[in-house]
Design a protein around this ligand. Structure first.
Ligand SMILES: Nc1ncnc2c1ncn2[C@@H]1O[C@H](COP(=O)(O)OP(=O)(O)OP(=O)(O)O)[C@@H](O)[C@H]1O
Length: 371
């Protein structure tokens, strides 16, 4: 099960908007790094920002943090323009290069954080994160391992008490154990403070169980956006054998995101427009990694923007051929994994990270049960 609720008081229950981008674009000389980017990120989510190299992920994070100004369109963070005096305090941005001063010690770095963030700094939060990582306070930043440096940078970011935390590749270059620890830290801190997190990553398998919202960029545009459960639930993974040259017509009756045919076997990710008919194939829910890989391999697959990801202040302009929303979900209806469920953990999260509970593939034998 995915991470879901984080308490009645946080953004998820409030229906607030953390980021709203409308027609957002950034051009460097003649080349567009991001184009016509329109989406809404509801508050309180941990959002995976995914896309191939050069898709515009870092550019989007820089625009949202106010480090870069748009060439066209607009982006607002909790209703304010990023980079302004009003917008600055609500967010923290951890860039790819983890901007820390290598000559300072850990203690000096924390003191600098306090000095730069008067009135907002939580020394207790920073020290707890550093202590949990067993980082010596007298160690110089230059001598820290990549994992410890990331932990220190996250300590600085969370101690600012931001409402929105933008993380550019926070898990890159870390070994699997450290990645797991950093992901757990992220989940715990974000849950404790109701922080909205956007994290870009190429580590698709690691995102499962960490993120509950999805924003996929491709060709400088938004290709998928919505609650992870809803986006996954709108698709089916179909595997089996085929007789003719292509996919069985019952499978091809659904919009095909990506299909691989090998001999008489096929594997296809389809966007369900109803139950997948029975046949000599198995139908399952794709994992997040399978779904993302399918979209990354198929750059021309039509976009899918869930109702919760549609901006409230401007209608979504759709490209020809792209159908709105998610089948079976009312427009502007509540997210399927919306408010806290009974049995939520004390920190407000209903479930532990997915990695802890094993596989989630439900295999059905062509009974159309994925519908
Ligand atoms: N300062 C810049 N000047 C010129 N071009 C830039 C600049 N920053 C980014 N670009 C270009 O914009 C495009 C998007 O870059 P961006 O770094 O946002 O992509 P990304 O999805 O984060 O890529 P990666 O996964 O490789 O980090 C790329 O083609 C990149 O070369």
């Amino acid at each position: 099960m995915r991470p879901t609720a984080r308490g009645e008081v946080d953004g998820r229950a409030s229906g607030r908007t953390a980021i709203e981008a409308i027609g957002l674009g950034k051009r460097y000389r003649r080349r567009w790094a991001l184009r016509d980017c329109t989406f809404r990120l509801p508050a309180g989510r941990i959002c995976a920002l995914v896309g191939p190299n050069g898709a515009g992920k870092s550019t989007l994070l820089s625009l949202a943090s106010g480090l870069t100004r748009p060439s066209e369109g607009s982006v607002r963070v909790y209703g304010t323009a990023p980079g302004t005096a009003a917008g600055r305090p609500v967010l923290a941005h951890l860039a790819q290069d983890r901007p820390l001063y290598p000559a300072l010690t850990v203690a000096e770095t924390l003191r600098l954080g306090r000095a730069l963030n008067p009135g907002r700094w939580s020394g207790r939060c920073a020290e707890r994160i550093v202590r949990d990582g067993r980082i010596p306070l007298d160690a110089r930043v230059a001598t820290l391992s990549g994992g410890r440096r990331t932990r220190l940078a996250l300590a600085l970011a969370f101690a600012k008490r931001p409402e929105l935390l933008l993380l550019d590749e926070p898990l890159a270059g870390l070994d699997p154990l450290v990645r797991h620890r950093i992901a757990a830290l992220l989940l715990a801190e974000a849950a404790a403070h109701g922080t909205t997190v956007v994290l870009s990553s190429d580590l698709l398998a690691e995102l499962d169980g960490v993120c509950d919202y999805l924003l996929v960029l491709g060709g400088g545009r938004v290709r998928l956006a919505g609650e992870v459960d809803d986006v996954i639930g709108a698709h089916a993974l179909v595997m089996g054998s085929h007789r003719g040259a292509g996919l069985p017509p019952e499978v091809a009756a659904h919009p095909v995101v990506e299909a691989q045919l090998s001999g008489r076997r096929f594997t296809a990710v389809v966007r369900r427009n109803g139950p997948v008919a029975a046949g000599p194939w198995e139908t399952a829910e794709p994992s997040l990694e399978e779904l993302l890989l399918a979209y990354l391999r198929a750059p021309d697959a039509p976009e899918l923007i869930a109702p919760s990801a549609e901006p409230v202040s401007a209608p979504l302009r759709r490209r020809p051929g792209n159908k709105p929303g998610i089948p079976g979900m009312p427009r502007n209806g509540p997210p399927r994994n919306g408010p806290p469920r009974p049995g939520a953990l004390p920190n407000g999260r209903a479930d532990p990270p997915r990695g802890a509970e094993g596989t989630r593939h439900d295999h059905h034998s062509g009974k159309g049960a994925a519908a």
